[in-house]
Design a protein. Structure first.
Length: 393
């Protein structure tokens, strides 16, 4: 009997010891990563914390008691946007080169579109990739547009952190109130709704902060390539109202006494009516040497015409305030006369010009044209030098 009792007591003691061992066994606790006090902040560490599954994500007290820079956003978070435009005659060749370069450098392309007259691509680049891109795109020559805008996200980072901290405090309070309230109590549903609402807000603010941090030091590039040789399909024209005057000097190449004098000069009305620019002119040339009985050349010429100017992409495409180069043509008719006879002839005058000064209200330009009438062309053709002044009316 004593032996049996001894065995039972030993068994009970062993069972009690086993239970104590189970109770005292260490537990594995998975902690949500947080920013420790005095720890240097970096984009990678913050993004890692924001990616945690725990809705709190960032430890509130750690951020509030952080002993490093005064604010996390003192790191100066910036974001760059670039808008570039190329106007090229070798349209398809340029697209091929751009597409090949993007593929070779493995750039992040967010969108790409092409039609008969234009090509657009939107890229997201790092600072190093942006430097490579700018070096490449400048090999095509003149950029008709190259706008760079640096956006400072410092205030947005501070606001995102403040919003997240506040939401986490409110969520913590809502959870404590809910834990202290029994199901069925008067305020239980209110506290339950508050907890869910602040959990949603925390997730939103975490996402906002993550988006800002992941775009830090990145640049979005919007490229447009326009085919200069393409005839536009739409008929929208930017009209302007710019009357003015033009002085012109005409030097005849091979004057003949019975046809032409060696030189003529005149004043014309010049009306610019599109921003392109298209114009009409009307005026008269007078001979620099009056006719005499032995010289029967035409003493005056009344002319009218229509013309257009075309800017070159190599010198600003007409967007400069000073010295815009262009090519031009004028077609129209002339009525030459003297005291005894008259002559009517159509004419054409191709040429080149330079806008000396241009703004929204005033246009001053000069041009040189070669005046070619269709009748008596040998003795009436010549070089025309002109200067004009137009203003917005």
């Amino acid at each position: 009997m004593k032996r049996i009792l001894t065995i039972l007591l030993v068994g009970a003691a062993l069972q009690l010891h086993a239970q104590e061992a189970v109770v005292e066994a260490p537990r594995t606790i998975t902690a949500t990563p947080s920013i420790k006090m005095n720890q240097a902040l970096s984009e990678d560490s913050v993004i890692r914390i924001l990616s945690a599954d725990d809705p709190l994500g960032i430890d509130v007290e750690s951020l509030e008691n952080y002993k490093g820079p005064r604010r996390m956003s003192d790191r100066n978070y910036k974001y760059t946007t670039v808008s570039q435009e190329l106007r090229l005659s070798n349209f398809q060749e340029a697209i091929t080169k751009v597409s090949a370069f993007i593929a070779a450098e493995n750039f992040d392309v967010t969108s790409q579109n092409q039609n008969n007259s234009s090509f657009t691509a939107n890229l997201v680049l790092t600072k190093e990739q942006l430097a490579k891109w700018n070096s490449f795109i400048l090999t095509f020559g003149y950029l008709s547009m190259n706008n760079i805008n640096v956006i400072d996200n410092t205030a947005n980072v501070e606001a995102a952190i403040d919003n997240l901290n506040n939401a986490q405090r409110q969520l913590k309070n809502a959870k404590e109130r809910l834990a202290q309230t029994k199901v069925g109590d008067e305020n239980y549903n209110t506290y339950f709704g508050d907890r869910n609402s602040w959990e949603s807000n925390v997730q939103t603010y975490r996402r906002n902060l993550r988006n800002i941090l992941t775009t830090n030091n990145l640049a979005t590039v919007s490229l447009t390539i326009i085919d200069e040789m393409y005839t536009p399909q739409d008929t929208r024209i930017a009209y302007v109202n710019m009357p003015g005057v033009e002085y012109s000097y005409l030097k005849i190449d091979e004057p003949l006494d019975t046809v032409s004098n060696s030189a003529y000069q005149g004043v014309l009305l010049k009306y610019v009516f599109t921003r392109g620019k298209s114009f009409a002119n009307l005026g008269a040339y007078k001979t620099t040497a009056p006719a005499s009985p032995d010289r029967k050349h035409f003493s005056e010429m009344f002319i009218f015409g229509f013309g257009q100017d075309f800017y070159t992409r190599h010198f600003g495409h007409g967007n400069n305030r000073f010295l815009n180069m262009y090519t031009t043509y004028t077609i129209g008719g002339l009525l030459a006369s003297n005291e005894s006879r008259k002559l009517f002839s159509p004419y054409i005058a191709p040429g080149v010009g330079v806008e000396l000064f241009k703004n929204k209200y005033v246009l001053i330009d000069t041009k040189a044209s070669y005046f070619v009438p269709f009748k008596d062309v040998r003795h009436m053709r010549g070089l025309s030098l002109s200067a004009s002044f137009n203003f917005v009316f």
